[in-house]
Write a protein that binds this ligand. Structure first.
Ligand code: RIB
Ligand code: CA
Length: 314
């Protein structure tokens, strides 16, 4: 029996981060959660991570991290997730608190003391970049990083850039050049194949538990926001893809590619350029680029994970 991968989940909840937490709780050995400013300010995404652990009764330490990007000004996405990142559900009073406000130190200490550790990142890469800069030895100590971010095609927050990459392009550049053993990228070209819609929202709501109701209400708000923004009641369920790349590798096809992040372009800052030319002299592929997902099967993993983690057996 294969043991579950040991992971730290670095996130900025938001709906899809919350789903990633639940899928990780079901299918990984979730060692800890770290938070980073992104969808909403750090205090809010940290509270949202704590609330998700509280509602799903997860005994997982939560450590808050970087309040702002390495260089860029803070950027948030209230138009998608609400001012505090968790619009939709009637949330209970928060009774949980963080284990520390030193996510970077927690990542470094965990990487040095735990073998076979993976890091799944579903927000801006600021925490990882800072940890790797402070402790370069952990870059090759951990098994690798699976990141939801970037894109081989369209952007979302700009025509060229995906949100997580755009929030902190310098962090993406540093992590992509750090020399990791394994780096997986779930970009928009992959995650836009894995969309939530009213059918999935209803299937989650039908589970009938407090946890499933929270996720269903977050999804309903997300669908309303996407309807307002793009006129369609559908949107990428982005972040679980970074977990599934580790836990269900048969659901995501991938290829090796060389990927860089643009830092200076007037119109292209934050763009992740995926080199599709194949191997060229002097260009060493550094990323496992996810390009195709079995969406229906992945949705079943999400539904069963929410059910199992909220105390309901399908
Ligand atoms: O572009 C999508 C990504 O940005 C997701 O991780 C979402 O949660 C936001 O962080
Ligand atoms: Ca996220």
């Amino acid at each position: 029996m294969s043991s579950k991968p040991k992971i730290i989940l670095d996130c900025d909840p938001g709906l899809d981060d919350a789903v990633a937490i639940v899928v990780a709780a079901e299918h990984t050995d979730l060692i800890g959660i770290t938070t980073v400013g992104g969808n909403a300010p750090l205090i809010d995404v940290t509270n949202n991570a704590l609330l998700t652990c509280q509602v799903f009764d997860l005994e997982v330490p939560v450590h808050s991290g970087a309040v702002r990007p390495l260089v860029a000004e803070p950027l948030h996405a209230p138009e998608v997730h609400g001012e505090k990142g968790f619009d939709g559900p009637n949330l209970p009073e928060l009774t949980r608190s963080v284990d520390s406000d030193d996510a970077i130190g927690y990542i470094i200490e965990s990487a040095r003391s735990i073998d076979d550790l993976w890091i799944v990142a579903t927000g801006p890469l600021t925490n990882l970049a800072m940890a790797f800069e402070q402790a370069p030895d952990i870059v090759t100590k951990i098994n690798g990083v699976s990141w939801m971010g970037g894109s081989a095609a369209e952007g979302n927050h700009t025509a060229a850039a995906e949100f997580n990459a755009l929030v902190d392009p310098e962090a993406v550049d540093q992590v992509f050049r750090a020399g990791l053993n394994w780096l997986f990228m779930a970009g928009l070209d992959l995650t836009h194949q894995f969309n939530t819609d009213d059918a999935l929202q209803a299937a989650v709501e039908a589970i009938g538990t407090p946890g499933s109701q929270m996720i269903a209400d977050l999804m309903a708000n997300y669908l309303n926001m996407m309807d307002n923004i793009i006129g369609v009641r559908s949107g990428g369920l982005h972040d679980p893809c970074a977990v599934l790349a580790l836990t269900h590798p048969d659901l995501i096809e991938r290829s090796m590619r060389h990927v860089v992040c643009e830092l200076d372009g007037t119109h292209t800052r934050g763009m992740t350029l995926v080199d599709q030319r194949g191997y060229r002299d002097g260009v060493t592929p550094n990323v496992h680029w996810g390009h195709t997902i079995k969406s229906d099967a992945a949705k079943q993993v999400v539904i069963s994970s929410v059910a199992a983690q909220s105390g309901h057996q399908l």
